[in-house]
Each structure stands twice: as structure tokens, then as C-alpha cells.
Design a protein around this ligand. Structure first.
Ligand code: AMP
Length: 286
């Protein structure tokens, strides 16, 4: 596996790959890699990428001033080992000044769908995400790029941006990888104390119960939202950030759900860790 810190070096490596008509699959991450990231890397390979490129970049632009940018977990040596095991060919680990040199002044903003959920709780977050992803797409120029559905709004934002800006990248979406008790695997789970870790299982349990209510016929968005809120609040160690029921993938607030896909989404704090998760339910024409 080759490791690059500089854009020019990664480009130099990828130019002959592209010239030979070999397909480039790309997995952008913030590192502290776990089973979710590795699943994306393996998906890139099994999907037919001839060259799998991953990036590790803790993007300061997508963190708010009171968020965990400085404390975000990092372990580059272990990450390199895991990338190698997952069959990554090239790993891009740019320093901050490589991505945002002095004078950097251009941002990408996706409007509308960023007004809800994490976009509302974390102002500027998706502007940071969209900006870094378009930069990484321009640097690696992949044929396909892989994103996890755990960050459902991020998927919606990247799909919207890719379409709106005619970016020549196929965006591929991978289901959420979970622990045995349903907790979505996340780099931020490291912040959880043993008690908080146990308590955090309430997130997926609540999502599943709410999805079950949809299966049984509940279509009223406010009632579903209440089920989500009450479920999370039933756990003493949780502090709810939001629970929402929106259309997927355009993230519109709804009175009644269906026909079509609906995103049940939750964000909650357990101690200092802010965890997010979601389920997409599909209601047919009734
Ligand atoms: P991050 O390093 O948290 O920015 O995540 C990098 C990529 O991995 C994003 O596309 C995430 O959606 C994806 N990802 C993170 N956690 C999971 C998970 N539990 N299952 C699937 N994909 C994930």
C-alpha cells in the first residue's frame, strides 16, 4: 500500500492507473477506522474497483467551534495496518494545510435538505462536508465513491451535490454496520463509558420499535416522532438532540408518511458522545 500526504503525489500515482482504463474506487474517512469503514473498503474492491483509494482527514471545516475537532480520536499507525488488511492500494492522509492552504476561500453549500436533522443541530457542518468531499473527488477523480448509510443526511447531501454539480462520480451507499446489540459502529463510541455504552443500545432499539409501528400501520409522522422521542428519553443516561421523521431522500417534514421511503432519524448524547442513527422504512401505495 502506498501512503501519500500531498495531492500532487496521489495524482502522480493515479494518472497511469486511469490512463490504463483501470477503475478507481474511493472511500473518504476521518480515520480511527472500524468495521463500518472496512466494509466500505471491501465493498469498493468487490464492486470491481481495480484500485481502491482511501483517505483519512479529520476535516476542521465540518466541526463547530464547540465540537470535538481537537479531541476527535486518531490512530494513524493502526489505521494504516487496517487499510492494508482491507486491500487498500493507496491511502491519502493530507495535513490540514494541504487541503486548506492560506487564502482558501471557496465553499460548497447544498441548500434545503441541510435545514433539518444534523444540518440544524450543527450549523455549517454540511458546508464543511460538501466542500471537503468535492475537493477529495477532484483530487482522486474516482469512478465510484463509497459512503455509509449511518450518516444518511450526508449521503443525501453528497448525492444531491454530485448530481447538481455534474460530478463524474458514481456515489455508492453501504448499509450501516452494527454491533451485536444494534449500536451503529462509530469512531465516537470510544467516548462511551461502559454504562453509557450499554445505554446507547436504546438508539437502535427505539428505531426498530418505531419501524415496527410503521409495519403495523402507523402513518402519522408526529406520533412516530413521539415514539422515537419517548424511546430515547426512557434511557436515563441519554440526552435527546433530535428525533425526526422525514421523506427519503429529499428530507421533507411530513404529516403522513408514504407512499415511498421515510427516514426515521435520531441524534442523542450519551455523556459527551453525540451518536446518530437511522432506519429507512418503505411504505407501498395503500
Ligand atoms: P467517518 O470517518 O465517520 O467520517 O466515516 C467515513 C465513512 O464511513 C462515511 O461514509 C460513513 O458514513 C461511513 N461509516 C461510518 N460508520 C459506519 C457504519 N457503522 N456503517 C457503515 N458505514 C459507516
Amino acid at each position: 500500500m502506498e501512503v501519500f500526504e500531498r495531492t500532487a503525489d496521489l495524482r502522480g500515482y493515479l494518472a497511469p492507473v486511469r490512463a490504463q482504463g483501470r477503475r478507481i474506487g474511493f472511500v473518504p474517512t476521518m480515520g480511527f477506522l472500524h468495521a463500518g469503514h472496512l466494509a466500505l473498503m471491501r465493498a469498493a474492491r468487490s464492486d470491481g474497483a481495480d484500485c481502491v483509494v482511501a483517505s483519512i482527514f479529520v476535516n476542521p471545516l465540518q466541526f463547530g467551534p464547540r465540537e470535538d475537532y481537537r479531541d476527535y480520536p486518531r490512530d494513524l499507525d493502526k489505521d494504516k495496518e487496517l487499510c492494508m488488511q482491507a486491500g487498500v492500494d493507496a491511502l491519502f492522509v493530507p495535513p490540514v494545510e494541504e487541503m486548506y492552504p492560506r487564502g482558501f476561500a471557496t465553499h460548497v453549500e447544498v441548500t434545503g435538505i441541510t435545514d433539518v436533522l444534523c444540518g440544524r443541530s450543527r450549523p455549517g457542518h454540511f458546508k464543511g462536508v460538501a466542500t471537503v468531499v468535492v475537493k477529495l473527488f477532484n483530487i482522486a477523480r474516482p469512478d465510484c465513491a463509497y459512503f455509509g448509510l449511518k450518516d444518511a443526511q450526508q449521503v443525501a447531501v453528497i448525492q444531491r451535490m454530485t448530481e447538481d454539480l455534474n460530478l463524474p462520480v458514481e456515489v455508492k451507499v453501504h448499509p450501516t454496520v452494527r454491533e451485536k446489540d444494534g449500536l451503529a459502529v462509530s469512531s465516537r463510541n470510544i467516548y462511551l463509558s461502559p454504562q453509557e455504552r450499554q445505554a446507547a443500545a436504546v438508539v437502535y432499539r427505539t428505531l426498530e420499535r418505531t419501524a415496527e409501528a410503521v409495519k403495523k400501520g402507523e402513518r402519522h409522522a408526529e406520533r412516530l416522532k413521539k415514539l422515537l422521542e419517548d424511546g430515547i428519553r426512557s434511557e436515563q443516561l441519554s440526552r435527546l438532540d433530535y428525533a425526526e421523521v422525514v421523506s427519503w431522500p429529499d428530507l421533507r417534514l411530513l404529516a403522513q408518511i408514504g407512499p415511498g421511503r421515510t427516514l426515521l432519524a435520531v441524534a442523542a448524547y450519551f455523556g459527551t458522545a453525540r451518536l446518530i442513527d437511522n432506519i429507512i422504512v418503505d411504505v407501498g401505495v395503500e
